[in-house]
Design a protein around this ligand. Sequence first.
Ligand code: PMP
Length: 419
Amino acid sequence: TEAAQTAHDARTPEEIAGARDLFSKFDGLIAERQALLDTGVRDPFAIVMDEVKSPTLAIIKGKETILLGTYNYMGMTFDADVVQAGKDALDAFGAGTTGSRVLNGTYQGHRDVEDALKDFFGTDHAMVFSTGYQANLGMISTLAGKGDYVVIDADSHASIYDGCFLGDAEVVRFRHNSVEDLDKRLGRLPKEAQKLVVLEGVYSMLGDIAPLPEMVAAVRKHPNCMILCDEAHGMGFFGEHGRGVFEEQGMEGEIDFIVGTFSKSVGTVGGFCVSNHPKFNVLRLVCRPYVFTASLPPSVVATAATSIRKLMHAQDKRAHLWENSRKLHGGLKALGFTLGSDTPQSAIIAVILTDQAQAVAMWQALLELGLYVNMARPPATPAGMFLLRCSLCAEHSAAQVDQILEMFEAAGKATGAIA
Ligand code: PMP
């Protein structure tokens, strides 16, 4: 075996790596990262939360830090009912299911959370995956097969791209949020072919939203199209019931499949798809990312179900989150920062910086002042942008948003990002 061989091998690990090096393709990235770290900055991708005090506060390297990069939009991670439901399920059902949903891994709690999703979205069917990433992998690769087409926005999330790679369908991209380009590309496809159009309510890098009514109208001009909308960043926050951007824009009944995650507004981990399609449940037998992986732990599905049911009635929190978004967007714009969208469109506000050095300097300056935001860089970002991505929480107080703006002003001036 390999282990036995290396035990007798006198060569160093470096010499062995040199002899058969599948890692050589990463040499450029390793060198670039090392050059950055050699300048003395903290590694933006190696932050450790030593203690988490609330949805908006953590201790990082001994310093109390405001969290502004967690996607914890509704602050449900510390909701007392949610936490209690998790504890009860842990006691009653144990730490994990050790099995696939289609074998020993469906407990009462998995049914409960699917019922909660059906009630939340008002749909006939709901299917829970172990992550949102897997929900996109599974739905896209299973729905669109050989001879079919998947039509996606160029700025789609990685899980949507990976769902396309996993499947056998032909992939067609259209310009980000361009109704005209979507229409044009659909027009070029064979009329008789089946097509899946994949949209996102909120695009997570720049925080802009999709013009769903216009997109849906463009799709309806072409035959044999179904629409899937990823509401990962819309659920909880948009629409009267918090269903997502599609609800806010009056598009209920127009979207065939809503995909989402438990890792943002819901406050735990997991993914799902809801739909009214009468044959939906056959997916439980044929969707590989659903079948060939273990189901979520009982504590997780219990927290998710409790959180989802509370989110149905969270209008006050939604209103406060909108206030926070407007206040932060307006304040950052007034300070002179370049933002990902002209107006506050979601709970994500992206600050666009000129290059990696400026982005990292600014990110570190904020961290030293006691503010954590996400650093986002290519390939995650569109058009090679370097972003500091802020995601607001309904639990951020108005005073915290003021404090955040003061920190941005100080860090921006210290690093030269603003005048
Ligand atoms: N879709 C979108 C648009 C996302 O932003 C994300 C996560 N950032 C996912 C899907 C995947 O969700 P999860 O974290 O549950 O895997």
